[in-house]
Design a protein around this ligand. Structure first.
Ligand code: MG
Length: 236
């Protein structure tokens, strides 16, 4: 009966390793507790100029080029880039090369200042987090449509808590905090539209797969600028 003995030996070696992995942290008010990483926070955007991202952000688009996005797997992104923004031009959606798990996403967008169309035909685009959801981009300033499809709705899942839309042509922002499913907790996200909470810890199922950022081409010349992501680590 050599095999069970071997298993016991392997298990006895593995147990201390597991114990180390789950080592209890010192209490939060103990001086032994690991210090949070020091970063330099960013600055706020104005309508004329995007703010500076925090120092630990992964910059996906800084207004110069779309090198961090693709059109599809083999071709570069084809959206027009000028004056510090990228504009939808009917060449199809674009997607980030990099994928993310638990993360904070900042993105700014503006619908056309010249209003054309109505309802879903007015300034339609979208911020997709992989297959989890679309945070709708739409000109929802005095433009009625079905609530599950207005700006900052989780498209076809739920309307936003409030309508915080700015006027057409004015830069707006989404700040999104996303978590993959972990243990009994589902994947979930929180969204701020122009700094106002429109979704909080909204559950998105049991997914644990990473997501890439996809931006929708719905045929309307919507603009994007200042796109960055911060990967969120566990508490130290
Ligand atoms: Mg859309």
């Amino acid at each position: 009966m050599k095999t069970p003995c071997l298993i016991l030996v392997v298990l006895s070696l593995a147990v201390p390793a597991l114990a180390d992995h789950h080592e209890k942290k010192p209490p939060a008010n103990s001086n032994e507790r690991a210090r949070p990483e020091v970063i330099t926070p960013g600055t706020s955007s104005t309508n004329a100029q995007p703010g500076k991202p925090p120092s630990d952000a992964i910059i996906l688009f800084d207004g110069k080029n779309l090198a961090n996005f693709t059109h599809n797997k083999s071709e570069p992104a084809k959206w027009k880039v000028e004056h510090g923004y990228a504009e939808v031009n009917r060449s199809g959606p674009i997607q980030s090369k990099q994928s993310f798990g638990d993360a904070q996403l900042h993105i700014e967008w503006a619908t056309p200042s010249e209003v054309k169309g109505k309802g879903q035909g007015r300034g339609n685009s979208g911020v997709f987090l992989g297959g989890y959801c679309e945070v709708q981009v739409l000109d929802s300033f005095e433009n009625d449509t079905y609530p599950g499809g207005q700006a900052s709705a989780l498209y076809s899942k739920t309307p936003p808590l409030i309508n915080a839309s700015r006027k057409p042509g004015v830069w707006q922002s989404y700040d999104i905090i996303f978590h993959l499913a972990k243990g009994e907790h589902p994947a979930h996200l929180t969204v701020l539209h122009n700094g106002v909470v429109v979704h909080h810890a909204y559950p998105l199922g049991k997914g644990t797969q990473k997501w890439n950022l996809r931006l929708q081409d719905h045929g309307n010349p919507v603009r994007y600028r200042n796109i960055w992501v911060r990967e969120l680590k566990d508490y130290r």
